[in-house]
Design a protein around this ligand. Structure first.
Ligand code: C5P
Length: 405
C-alpha cells in the first residue's frame, strides 16, 4: 500500500541547536520529507559541532542556513524570508541554552533571530528539548520551559530513558518517528477538542484452560486508528484493548484486558465519565461456561471434550442502556448482507450510529471500507487506509455531536 503523506504541502523550518541529539535530526529530516513535507534546515554554530550542514543538505535537498549574514536571499534578510515561508518552525534538538535564548528573545544568531521574527499568530513554534536530566530538572530550565509555553510555543517531550552521558532520566529528545507524528497531529483540525472518548478495540480471549481459548481474527487496527485520530483531533482518549500486538497511539490512555467480562468490568464504570463510546472490539459472543483450572489432556479413549458455552454480556447494549449514556457508536463486522445487519444492530442495541465493514475482508489489513448507518439512512466512506477512514469518521462524529448537544 502507498505510504501515507500526511505532511504534503507543509513547509517546515527545522532548527538544530547544539546537542548529541543532532544525530537524530538527520533521520527526522527523512521522516518529514517521506511524509510529504519540504524541510528547510537552519543550524546554530553549536549544532555544526555535532553534525555537518553537508549531511543535512543532502537529506533535505536544500542548502542549509547557518548564519544571519548569509547573502543568498535577495534582500539579505534570511530571518525574514525563512520565517515567512514556514508553516511551522520545529527546533529539534532544542538545547537548554537555546530554550533560554528563546525565552529572552535573543537575536544575535540566525535561528533565535528567525524565531523572534516569525509572525507569531501564523507560524507556530514547536520545540523538542534534548539535554542531560539534571539540566532539564534545573529550576532555571523548568522556569524557561513554562515561560516558553506561556509565550505560545508547543513543547514536545522530552522522553525519559538512557542518556548519552550514561545517566538515566528525563531529557531525551523524542524519537524522529514520534516527532513526525507529533507534527502530523499538530496540523489536524481540533474537531473533538475537550471531548472524552472511550474506545474498545481488538478481539477478546475466552479461556478454556490455562493454555487454550476462543478468540477471533480482529487485529485491533481500526480501533487503534480511531483512538489516534480522535486524539489528534484534540480528544482525551481511553482505549480498552483486547490482546493485540499494536503500539499505543501517543497520548492515549490504554487499559489491556483479555476476556469480554474483563472488558465489560472496565468499560461500564468508565462509560459515564465519557461523552462518546465507540465499540470497535470484536467481542466474543460466548465463553466456556467453566474454565478448567488445569490443561485438558487427551484421555487415550479418543473421546473429544464437549464444552458448554455461556453468553457474554453485551458491552455496547449495556452502555447504551445507562441512564445518561454517552453517544454510542457500534461496529458491525459481517460476512454478508452488511446494511441489513447494521440496521438490525442499530435497533437491537438502541444506538444512534452503527459503522459497518465486511469482517473477513478487513481483519488484519491496513485498509478498509466503512458504511455509516443511522436512522435516516447510510453513507459510505470509500476504501482507504484505516487512519484515513478513522479521520473521516472523527469528522462525521464531530458534526453529529454538534447537533446532538
Ligand atoms: O451483533 P454484535 O453483538 O456482534 O454487534 C457488534 C457490536 O457490538 C460491536 O460494536 C461490538 O464491539 C459490540 N459488542 C459488545 N459486546 C458484546 C458483543 C458485541 O460491545 N458482547
Amino acid at each position: 500500500m502507498k505510504e501515507r503523506q500526511d505532511l504534503t504541502g507543509k513547509h517546515i523550518v527545522l532548527g538544530l541547536s547544539g546537542g548529541v541529539a543532532c544525530y537524530k535530526a538527520a533521520e527526522l529530516t527523512r521522516e518529514l520529507t517521506k511524509a510529504g513535507a519540504t524541510v528547510q534546515v537552519v543550524m546554530t554554530e553549536g549544532a555544526e559541532a555535532f553534525i555537518t550542514p553537508v549531511t543535512m543538505q543532502a537529506l533535505s535537498g536544500r542548502p542549509v542556513y547557518t548564519s544571519q549574514w548569509d547573502a543568498r536571499p535577495d534582500n539579505n534578510m534570511a530571518h525574514i524570508q525563512l520565517s515567512r515561508e514556514a508553516d511551522a518552525i520545529l527546533i529539534a534538538p532544542a538545547s537548554a541554552d537555546f530554550i533560554a535564548r528563546l525565552v529572552q528573545g535573543r537575536a544575535d544568531e540566525l535561528l533565535s533571530l528567525l524565531c523572534l521574527a516569525r509572525p507569531i499568530e501564523r507560524v507556530p513554534l514547536l520545540v523538542a528539548p534534548a539535554m542531560n536530566r539534571e539540566m532539564w530538572a534545573h529550576p532555571a530550565t523548568q522556569r524557561n520551559v513554562a515561560q516558553l509555553q506561556a509565550d505560545g510555543a508547543t513543547v514536545l517531550g522530552p522522553a525519559a530513558g538512557d542518556q548519552a552521558c550514561g545517566e538515566v532520566g528525563d531529557g531525551r529528545m523524542l524519537e524522529p518517528a514520534e516527532l513526525r507524528d507529533e507534527l502530523i497531529a499538530f496540523f489536524q483540525p481540533k474537531r473533538l477538542a475537550g471531548r472524552r472518548l472511550l474506545i474498545t478495540a481488538g478481539p477478546t480471549f475466552e479461556a478454556i484452560d490455562p493454555v487454550r481459548g476462543i478468540t477471533n481474527h480482529s487485529s485491533g487496527k481500526m480501533g487503534f486508528a480511531i483512538a489516534r485520530a480522535a486524539q489528534e483531533a484534540g480528544a482525551e482518549v481511553t482505549l480498552v484493548a483486547g490482546p493485540v500486538h499494536l503500539p499505543t497511539p501517543r497520548h492515549v490512555r490504554r487499559i489491556d484486558v483479555q476476556s469480554a467480562q474483563q472488558m465489560y468490568d472496565v468499560v461500564l464504570p468508565a462509560a459515564a465519565r465519557h461523552e462518546v463510546f465507540i465499540a470497535t472490539a470484536a467481542v466474543a459472543d460466548w465463553r466456556p461456561a467453566q474454565m478448567n483450572a488445569q490443561k485438558i489432556k487427551k484421555d487415550g479413549k479418543k473421546q473429544a471434550p464437549v464444552f458448554e458455552l455461556t453468553e457474554n454480556p453485551d458491552i455496547l447494549a449495556a452502555v447504551a442502556a445507562l441512564p445518561q449514556p454517552p453517544y454510542c457508536v457500534g461496529f458491525a463486522a459481517e460476512s454478508e448482507h452488511l446494511l441489513q445487519h447494521a440496521r438490525e444492530k442499530l435497533l437491537r442495541k438502541k444506538v444512534p450510529l452503527i459503522v459497518g465493514n465486511l469482517g473477513p475482508a478487513t481483519f488484519g489489513r491496513d485498509d478498509n471500507t466503512l458504511v455509516l448507518v443511522d436512522v435516516d439512512g447510510h453513507r459510505e466512506l470509500p476504501t482507504a487506509d484505516k487512519l484515513t477512514l478513522a479521520r473521516a469518521l472523527v469528522r462525521d462524529l464531530a458534526e453529529r455531536l454538534k447537533t446532538s448537544a
